[in-house]
Design a protein around this ligand. Structure first.
Ligand code: SF4
Ligand code: SF4
Length: 739
């Protein structure tokens, strides 16, 4: 072997550790290393102490599953992406590369480069401090495994991975400093910059990046100098990039003897930087290297479709103090890397609301940090008036003082932040917990208050009598069975909007006719149905949600059916994900899934329409429940040309109605999310904007009018397309267009 030949030639295939560092230097180094590790441990303890103040989160089974390499299927029962991560997700850095391949590759090499560098240090420590000392003690002479083939593999791996690490860091620095993606800017969403300063956040990013870069650069300079002092034996070709640096030094005229002093100086610079970095980790952005892995292992995306219960304390709703947060929620706050992905996609931020999910997390982080004895060095905001995240102390309201009321009410619970967050932060459950505090105080829009009162007294937000719920069936020339009185295969949970809104009742009748023509055996709950409670729960009115759910579950128990389908994606979400743990576990379908089945099995006959259309995925259908294909299958079966909007599928944009926003004032928005979406569709040169949610018909019909697109872009429920395709060609088709 090559290594054996070199040894035979009298050249030891290894490198000298502590080269030219005498006993005093070694003692200083070990003392500094001890201090550095002690500071690191102290910082880690401060962090752990904070998380220990949080409530139990019930995530240990998730962590165990993740470590065993098993993820849990998504809320859609396996249709969407998994709710939990695995150790493989971490190792591949898959979540970072989503939507930005170059960033994902760079982060992958930083991640593995760091692990290799750490492992290399541990191996060297084991050899130098344990094996050599023990062998001297036990066998009387110094032994070492740090030579020969082992050394060659070691040096090659460390050198090549280190170089990829260095290049990736340079890419990150250029991206941040030269390319400057908008989402990495820290300007607050719609707040005057005079009221706050985020210079320290920027400084924190650069110190972290700068320290890593300095450590890597000095490592290569040090390696080059050492190879030069060794006289560049040819086994140093196994350290290709270090050797390249040595060649460069030599080319500039540095001799092996001249490199000795430079090597010693560089050794101390490199060691000082490395030890400083170790001590700095728990007090800085560098902490995300450890926290993000833990956070991803414990993440459960399923907590957004199925919200956690309120704090189990008597007489308390929502969060009022640090110990009300679960440890996972506190970990979420620290895990944020400020990547800005959630900030970029948030419809509330886009609309001009004072909400950015990133800033909400950063504000809560700063407050939680200060409330637990604060130890972050940079990475924090400064304000002359000590409001917002700086409002710490007795009497501080988390919902209201730390995070403003309007910020919390601006959330549409669209889940896009949770979807895009690469480190598994669950923003929505935290927002809802804080809303629960506001509801408890009665701090809300008067319009929302009215809607909640209507829901409490009549079981629907329209404030209409329960007897009027099924009035829409009156226009039909056939009877729909009452599932409480006779058995049916499918129970149609219609939902408030499709039942009460005059503009939508024709859509409901059209769907009833299609299903009847397709031979579907279905029935209704008639006046027994109540609002499913999905948005009531997301508003933060947990008591009312429980009341509505209890009533519906009781009625469902009395009815005779096998499966449920619903017109409303919001109802679908809560029926599918939140009712089961309340004792009502059914198969729940969206009506587009039924339509796709009828079309594909030939149960209903259609003629091709040939329209050029675009389709809007409802958040609660696509992102929450993974149903993206069924509506597209329907459109294909109808012979329509589908032109996708840039934001589609699970990356869909929100209409602005979710999370109870449809019941709140939106006059303060610069541009409603629905208007933003209509503009996106209008740019595609299509004639129809197809939706599959009753609320969407309302939201987008209004937006088409306010943006002046109502003459060119018809907003239509997908049901009407099917009805049109089934109709006799002689029928006046244009009359069915809802624009
Ligand atoms: S759920 Fe949607 S609206 Fe709410 S913070 Fe997240 S991205 Fe913004
Ligand atoms: S919350 Fe997640 S997506 Fe948003 S800035 Fe932080 S790490 Fe990025």
């Amino acid at each position: 072997m090559l290594a054996d030949k070199l040894v035979a030639a009298g050249i030891p295939v290894t490198r000298v550790v502590f080269q030219d560092i005498g006993p005093v230097g070694k003692a200083i180094f070990y003392a500094a290393a001890t201090v550095s590790i002690a500071v690191f441990c102290w910082g880690m303890w401060l962090r752990i102490r904070k998380y220990r103040r949080g409530r139990p989160a019930g995530r240990w089974p998730t962590v165990r599953q993740a470590l065993a390499g098993r993820s849990r299927a998504g809320s859609a029962g396996g249709i969407g992406r998994p709710d939990t991560a695995t150790i493989g997700t971490l190792a591949s850095n898959k979540t970072i590369g989503r939507g930005d391949r170059a960033l994902g590759i760079a982060h992958f090499f930083i991640f593995w480069g760091f692990i290799v560098a750490f492992a290399a240090t541990v191996i060297l420590t084991i050899d130098v401090d344990i094996v050599r000392n023990l062998s001297r003690l036990i066998v009387g002479h110094e032994d070492s495994f740090f030579h020969g083939p082992f050394f060659l593999v070691y040096t090659f791996t460390v050198d090549t991975m280190g170089f990829a690490f260095l290049l990736s860091l340079i890419y990150m620095a250029l991206r941040r400093g030269v390319r400057r993606p908008w989402r990495l800017g820290y300007a607050r969403a719609h707040q005057p910059e005079a009221g706050y300063s985020r210079k320290r956040l920027v400084a924190g990013d650069w110190v972290f990046l700068g320290l890593l870069l300095a450590i890597l650069v000095t490592a290569y300079l040090l390696t080059g100098l050492r190879i030069l002092t060794q006289g560049m034996p040819w086994f140093t070709l196994f350290t290709p990039f270090g050797r390249l640096v040595a060649e460069m030094f030599a080319a500039f005229g540095m001799s092996p003897a001249g490199a000795v002093t430079a090597h010693t100086i560089m050794w101390w610079i490199h060691a000082s930087l490395a030890l400083t970095f170790v001590a700095y980790i728990p007090f800085s952005k560098a902490m995300h290297m450890l926290l993000d892995m833990a956070n991803l292992l414990a993440t459960d995306r399923g907590t957004t479709p199925n919200l956690p219960a309120p704090v189990p304390a008597q007489g308390q709703a929502g969060y009022q103090q640090l110990s009300d947060f679960t440890w996972k929620e506190l970990l979420d706050l620290d895990a944020c890397t400020k990547c800005g992905r959630c900030h970029e996609v948030c419809p509330a931020r886009t609309a001009g609301a004072p909400l950015s999910p990133r800033d909400l997390i950063l504000d809560l982080r700063q407050w939680a940090d200060a409330s637990s004895g604060g130890h972050t060095l940079l990475d924090r905001e400064q304000r002359p008036d000590r409001t917002g995240p700086l409002a710490v102390g007795a009497g501080t309201r988390i919902a209201g003082d730390v995070v403003a009321e309007r910020t919390l009410w601006s959330c549409t619970t669209c889940m896009h932040c949770v979807e895009v967050c690469p480190v598994g932060i669950e923003h929505v459950p935290t927002i809802v917990q804080l809303r629960r505090s506001l509801v408890d105080e009665g701090t809300m829009d008067p319009t929302l208050q009215t809607a909640l009162q209507n829901l409490a007294t009549q079981g629907n937000s329209f404030g209409k009598s329960a007897r009027m719920r099924a009035r829409w069936v009156k226009g039909l020339d056939f009877q729909i069975p009452d599932a409480r009185k006779e058995p049916v295969k499918y129970l149609w949970f219609v939902g408030d909007f499709a039942s009460f809104d005059d503009r939508l009742q024709e859509n409901s009748r059209a769907l009833a006719r299609i299903l009847t023509a397709g031979g579907v055996d279905f029935g209704l709950l008639y006046d027994g149905e109540r609002n499913a409670g999905n948005d009531v729960r997301r508003v933060g009115e947990e008591g009312l949600f429980e009341m509505l759910a209890e009533h519906n579950i009781e009625t469902l128990r009395e009815a005779q059916f096998e499966e449920i389908f619903t017109t409303d994606p919001h109802s679908l979400n809560t029926l599918r994900n939140e009712y089961p743990e309340r004792g009502a576990s059914y198969k729940v379908w969206h009506y587009t899934e039924l339509l796709a089945h009828l079309l594909e099995t030939g149960a209903i006959q259609v003629r091709p329409l040939g329209y050029k259309v675009t389709y809007h995925d409802p958040c609660y259908l696509a992102r929450y429940n993974g149903v993206t294909e069924a509506p597209r299958r329907v459109l294909r079966a109808l012979g329509c040309e589908l032109v996708e909007m840039p934001r589609n599928g699970v990356n869909t944009f929100c209409c602005g109605a979710g999370g109870g926003r449809i019941w709140m004032d939106d006059s303060y928005l610069a541009e409603r999310p629905s208007e933003n979406r209509i503009a996106e569709a209008a740019a595609l040169n299509v004639s129809q904007f197809i939706v599959a949610c009753p609320k969407d018909v309302t939201m987008y019909s209004d937006a088409a009018k306010t943006t002046g697109h109502d003459g060119t872009l018809a907003v239509r429920d997908i049901t009407l397309l099917v009805a049109e395709a089934m109709a006799h060609p002689a029928e006046p088709l244009a009359a069915q267009v809802t624009a």
